[in-house]
Design a protein around this ligand. Sequence first.
Ligand code: F6P
Length: 532
Amino acid sequence: MTAAPRCDRTPAWARLRELHAGGGDRFDLRDAFAADAHRFADFSYEAPEVFADLSKNLIDRATRDALLALARDCRIEERRDALLAGTPANATEGRSVLHTALRAPPGHGAHSAEVHGVLERMLGFVERIRDTARSGIRDIVNIGIGGSDLGPQMAVPALDAFVQHDLRFHFVSNVDGHDIAPVLRDLDPRTTLFIIASKTFTTQETMANATVAREWFLANGGGDTRRHFVATTTNVDAAAAFGIETTFGFWDWVGGRYSLWSAIGLPIALAIGAAHFRDLLAGAHAMDRHFAEAPLESNLPILLGLLDVWYRNFLGFTSRSVAPYHQGLRRLPAYLQQLEMESNGKRVDLDGEPLPFATSPVVWGEPGTNGQHAYFQMLHQGTDVIPVEFILVREPTHPYRDLHAKLLANGLAQAQALMLGKSTAQARSERAPTAAATIDPDVLARHRTFTGNRPSTTLLLERLTPRALGALIAMYEHRVYTSGALWAINSFDQWGVELGKALCNDLLPRLDSGDTDGLDASTAGLLQRLRG
Ligand code: F6P
């Protein structure tokens, strides 16, 4: 395959510029809906387990066509196929990127025998531990950080309705002892299983917490560490050196932030059981097939990636807010932050050339309706336009129907309010009971005006099942790949995390010795104050 064409060097990019200058920057959603009775149908998409309404986004058909042309100019299908076939897409580390192989059925996908070998062994272990009467295990502590933490930490609460409730799950990630201390305080070592999750088995935070956990275990009469500590890692030797015998491996072609489908998913499998874990993989695989096979015009991850490029590079939006209207998805924004920002927060292209355009947006959010009572004010009336991604789930897995109806109505209403806004004339004509009696009504009306025309996407799931969650997460992975591929960046390395790690290694002994030689004045001053 020849070098990937960069988006800004294509004819479609020039066309998008024209469209932007010729009115794309003044596009009005309200006019678009008024002019087109079919807009909802035409901008809605069905993918496995996910229905996506893109109609409240700032695009028209011409822009969509030009974005699809951009995908073709950048040969996205060819590059996607090469990625899925295992061509080393992570060029700076010389690695293939094959997390999709982890969810392919037996006999399909690369490395199938190894993948299913580990999976079967892991799921056998899972069922033995879940037999709590026999295993005696009641508490499971996952010690890991980044990709070795955020996936399980997101998925276990998301799938709460499927979790075996005589097991309790704890996640320790931060090297801050305030993370592990309260967890250990309530545990009995004889009924606790520790999972030391680290792709490299060298990460400072994880190794430090694992050491604390082992010391606590031995000091509190835990007995046999071999029965109570397991590892999920590509570095089986380092796990053995730590004294762990039960290890579930994975491979360097699984990126940390793409690893919840591998042995890193062990806490998820322990929580929901082997059959449901297989459903999670099957949902992701169904989305993989969609990504691999659906035509560009109806390929949801590709369309979302294209929209991200339009927003970032033409409309200049710097962030995207994720609003899952499902409390179980409370850790989804944090999960997506790593997925998107660690993947696409890059400033040079594959040839190392500085990019003349912006890449990853900031991804952030909170579950609805909580966010409504915190930062939605800014989304509605702030000076920045921030596209919002609403995630609504039609069927709850709890019995409180009235609560669920309120939740859904809130989600719909927020998307509607962002789009419709409220004119100053309308605000002027309304009573505002809490307004100061003395304020000039015209001034008040300006405070109560909503410009509207603020974009949002709504993703609808039927029910938050393991299968649906698998499909949703895989959709996000492929969307991030798409925008990264158009930008011609390497979405699969993370050199940006290294400098801070190296400097930390230099500063750690200085905290003890007080040596500030060669440090900048600010760091030296702070270090001295911290030493007390
Ligand atoms: O520091 C970033 C990072 O390398 C992430 O990419 C990764 O998910 C995380 O650290 C944890 O790494 P490991 O699984 O090797 O402990």
